[in-house]
Design a protein around this ligand. Structure first.
Ligand SMILES: Cc1cc2nc3c(=O)[nH]c(=O)nc-3n(C[C@H](O)[C@H](O)[C@H](O)COP(=O)(O)OP(=O)(O)OC[C@H]3O[C@@H](n4cnc5c(N)ncnc54)[C@H](O)[C@@H]3O)c2cc1C
Length: 458
């Protein structure tokens, strides 16, 4: 066991720049004054871990970030194999006004593109375009439905799923293809959970920043790469166990290497915590274990299809499709509205998202193409296709957390609660206000960095 064991260069990649070279550190010292002494291990180099690592390093703390994958960013991962930046995970800054990610993206010089939810052309299941007035009326009915759900939930003695509540108060909505579209494209996509698993009482208990969502068109990794500059990040290091007491924390990886520190921040995704692949000694308190078990992680998958020619209106932002299966390819993002690549991106949410992961890329492509041919006629096969499988990704085990039946805001707070003096938890699932988002993950990292700075300064 040795503190911050030396790296084995053959299998690990280091992103380490001398602290004295970091422009951030110089700034932090001049602003915050005396550096804070101490060693901290951050587990996970996703948005939460990078935010925490950055804030601590800037304050003068010796930080090591341990990351299982061979790249940083976690559920922010920009792929460029298709010839353009395609975000496999997070792509939008949701509610950019006052959102800390907007400021980061500006500093990182990431170009932002405002998406317009009104720019949508909707097709019914037979490929007929749904006219504008029907869409407007349908959306109004959906908003009314949400209000009825909100009014009904407090009257119930126990929590139930959105689907069960709807069967009781508005069964006709579940049979209406346009309502099913809104329930899936709005509610399921936004929350990450299917209406069969989403809590009728709690699904909306989080908060939002205002403003129209923006896409990071050069890739979301502009932000994570910017945050990571100068940080000591050790990739390809899978943490297996964490031992802690009131004096220190020892983190051990799957090769038996141990890293000792004054404190640690655990940013493991909720799905990874649920899998039990990382053990804690002593075991986590009951309240934390119960919250880990109760809050669920949804699945959101993407399919990106690149074509030789656009077979659709290049000025329309989105194409909607009234799929007979909830969560299945009901929404297509048209990349031609913000770049010159002829690509469509579609989604598979939660329940269908898991079924989707059992299929081969070829099966998925055939299936998406059948939908596109219903919508646009005889579209030739795509030239390139990229498919995500976040549910079976061992280091994510899902897309993002949501308020599942029985889970309350208190559970998200329990996920955020420190354990003892030196073990802290961050990550999107620890943000009661902004769960399931990049900004939630970022703010959770800052929250824990502040707590640790207070601990180390005491
Ligand atoms: C398909 C998809 C679309 C999304 N779209 C958006 C969007 O448009 N806008 C938005 O705001 N949010 C979006 N999100 C959610 C957003 O990506 C996440 O909320 C956020 O990135 C989570 O950050 P995090 O740091 O909490 O977790 P992560 O990014 O998952 O970071 C945790 C890190 O821990 C690492 N790790 C796991 N196990 C171990 C281990 N044993 N040892 C060491 N390291 C380990 C992981 O590899 C990972 O790098 C989307 C997510 C997905 C999957």
């Amino acid at each position: 066991m040795k503190p911050f064991a030396l790296p084995r260069f053959s299998r690990r990649h280091f992103l380490h720049v001398l602290a004295t070279c970091s422009p951030f550190l110089a700034l932090a010292r001049s602003v915050a004054g005396r550096p804070v002494a101490g060693k901290v291990v951050v587990i996970g180099a996703g948005m939460a871990g990078l935010a925490a690592g950055r804030a601590l390093a800037d304050a003068g703390v010796e930080v090591k970030v341990l990351e299982a994958r061979d790249y940083i960013g976690g559920r922010i991962h920009t792929d460029r194999s298709l010839g353009f930046p395609f975000d496999l995970g997070a792509a939008w800054i949701h509610g950019p006004e006052g959102n800390p990610i907007t400021e980061l993206a500006t500093k990182a010089k990431g170009r932002m593109f405002v998406t317009d939810d009104e720019s949508v052309l909707m097709y019914d299941s037979r490929g007929q375009v749904v006219d504008g007035p029907s869409m407007t009326k349908g959306e109004r009915r959906y908003r009314d439905l949400v209000k009825r759900l909100e009014a009904d939930a407090p009257k119930q003695t126990r929590d139930e799923s959105v689907a069960l509540a709807l069967r009781r108060i508005a069964p006709e909505a579940l049979a209406d293809p346009l309502m099913r579209y809104f329930l899936s494209a709005y509610m399921e996509f936004d929350s990450g959970g299917s209406i069969e698993r989403l809590s009728a009482a709690e699904w909306q208990n989080d908060e939002k920043y205002p403003g129209k969502d923006v896409l990071m068109i050069d890739g979301y990794d502009a932000v994570t790469n910017w945050l990571a500059q100068g940080l000591d990040i050790q990739t390809e290091t899978i943490v297996a166990s964490i031992a802690y007491d009131d004096e220190h924390v020892s983190v051990t990886d799957t090769h038996g290497e141990t890293y000792e520190a004054d404190a640690a921040i655990v940013t493991l995704p909720l799905g990874v915590l649920q899998s039990g692949g990382v053990t804690f000694s002593p075991g986590l308190p009951a309240r934390k274990r119960e919250a880990i078990a109760r809050v669920r992680v949804g699945v959101v998958n993407k399919v990106c299809l690149v074509f030789g020619q656009p077979h659709w209106d290049v000025k329309t932002q989105y194409f909607g499709f009234q799929s007979s299966v909830m969560g299945k390819y009901n929404y297509f993002l048209n990349t031609r509205t913000f770049c010159d690549v002829n690509a469509l991106v579609t989604f598979a949410f939660d329940s269908y998202g898991r079924t989707f992961e059992q299929q081969s890329d070829a099966q998925i492509t055939d299936d998406v193409m059948a939908t596109l041919r219903t919508m646009f006629g005889d579209v030739p096969a795509p030239e390139r296709v990229l498919v995500t499988r976040w549910g079976s990704d061992a280091f994510a085990r899902g897309a993002y957390s949501f308020a599942s039946v029985g889970a309350t805001r208190q559970d998200f707070e329990s996920l955020a609660a420190p354990v003892g003096k030196r073990l802290r938890f961050a990550g999107e699932h620890t943000s009661a206000a902004y769960r399931g988002t990049v900004h939630g993950a970022y703010l959770s990292g800052l929250r824990e960095a502040t707590r640790i700075k207070q601990l180390l300064s005491a």
